[in-house]
Design a protein around this ligand. Structure first.
Ligand SMILES: [Zn+2]
Ligand SMILES: [Zn+2]
Ligand SMILES: [Zn+2]
Length: 341
């Protein structure tokens, strides 16, 4: 009964090829089942089978028999079908993916091997990943091997509880070492990437901050601007307002900070000075630059004068960036918060 099934499956596989002669070779599977096939087709797709076909038939036999043992009969049927029509269904991949991978490796069928590598890697689980990893190494399937390593790394806590891991630990300590090393390197790579991303973010923030500083000194934004531009006329926030607002607050703080004025260190003022210094190091119009003027004025202890200017509303004659009198109170409160930075 089973024999008939196999015959009909393989015959249907062959029927897609037009006008084939009678099968001239039998594939013997591990269940004792024989699958009839055409030597010309097998030889065309698999150089290993081609090689086998060139050997003389054993004395006394009328037909060549090629044993493909060690994998389920149905996996062999799926393999032979693939040799005829280059097709492999999802169901076959689901059931016999790893067997087809082995067969494609042994009989040198690279397209099927690639298909299996992909198919098996899509079906990796915590339970099978260590076995597949070992198989991928034996079958020289680097893509699949790497995918398994990544899976083991990502789900190591669960993987190390599996039978597969324990068995591998006992029988292949070198492979275990290799996997652990890979995980170590993956961790360092992750940290490196994280550091790079952090640096990149910081760089972007700084670059945005510098851009906003220039824009505030040039035309002013919602609450801070140069003395000769009426900031009240420009109430709408700019398109980098989340950063711009922070820079405006820092400027207001710098102008009004009591800690700075009394010569006590203040980290919010320092942050603003850092931005101002960074700007002056790249400024392309230092002679007329208002940010540079602001830096030198505030750094040289101009605190009291700034505050006085704020009170009198005489903004900007000597201080290019000014805080409006209405802002003074709020800004002053921020100024007193210097120690909370
Ligand atoms: Zn702005
Ligand atoms: Zn301060
Ligand atoms: Zn400048």
């Amino acid at each position: 009964m089973e024999d008939n099934n196999h015959n009909s499956t393989s015959t249907s596989a062959m029927s897609s090829a037009s006008e084939l002669p009678e099968p001239d070779v039998q594939i013997l599977t591990s269940g004792g089942v024989c699958i009839p096939a055409h030597s010309s087709i097998l030889a065309m797709v698999s150089p290993v089978l081609d090689n086998i076909m060139e050997r003389p038939i054993k004395h006394g036999s009328s037909e060549r028999v090629i044993p493909i043992l060690g994998v389920p009969c149905d996996a062999v049927t799926a393999f032979i079908k693939y040799l005829y029509n280059s097709m492999c269904t999802e169901e076959q991949m689901e059931k016999y993916g790893i067997h087809l991978l082995v067969l494609s490796h042994v009989y040198l069928v690279p397209q099927l091997k690639q298909r299996c590598s992909r198919g098996v890697s899509q079906r990796l689980t915590v339970e099978n990943v260590v076995d597949v990893l070992q198989l991928a190494r034996l079958c020289d399937a680097p893509d699949l091997y790497l995918k398994c390593l990544k899976q083991v790394t990502a789900r190591f806590k669960a993987v190390e509880q599996t039978e597969g891991w324990k068995f591998m630990q006992e029988h292949d300590p070198w492979l275990e070492l290799h996997i652990l090393r890979f995980m170590d390197e993956a961790e360092s790579r992750k940290k490196r990437r994280w550091r790079q991303r952090k640096e990149q973010r910081l760089y972007l923030q700084l670059s945005d901050g510098l851009e906003c500083l220039e824009h505030i000194c040039r035309e002013g934004c919602t609450t801070v601007g140069p003395y000769d531009v009426e900031t009240a006329k420009k109430p709408s926030p700019c398109d980098k307002y989340s950063t711009c607002q922070g820079v405006q607050m820092l400027i207001k703080h710098l102008v009004l900070c009591k800690r700075r004025a009394s010569g006590v260190g203040c980290c919010r003022c320092n942050r603003m000075w850092q931005l101002l210094r960074l700007h002056s190091s790249i400024c392309d119009h230092p002679d007329s630059c208002r940010a540079i003027q602001m830096e030198s004025t505030t750094e040289n202890g101009g605190g009291c004068e700034v505050e006085a200017a704020c009170e009198e509303g005489l903004l900007g004659q000597s201080y290019v960036v000014a805080v409006s009198p209405q802002e003074k109170e709020r800004g002053g409160a921020e100024g007193n918060n210097g120690q909370n930075c």
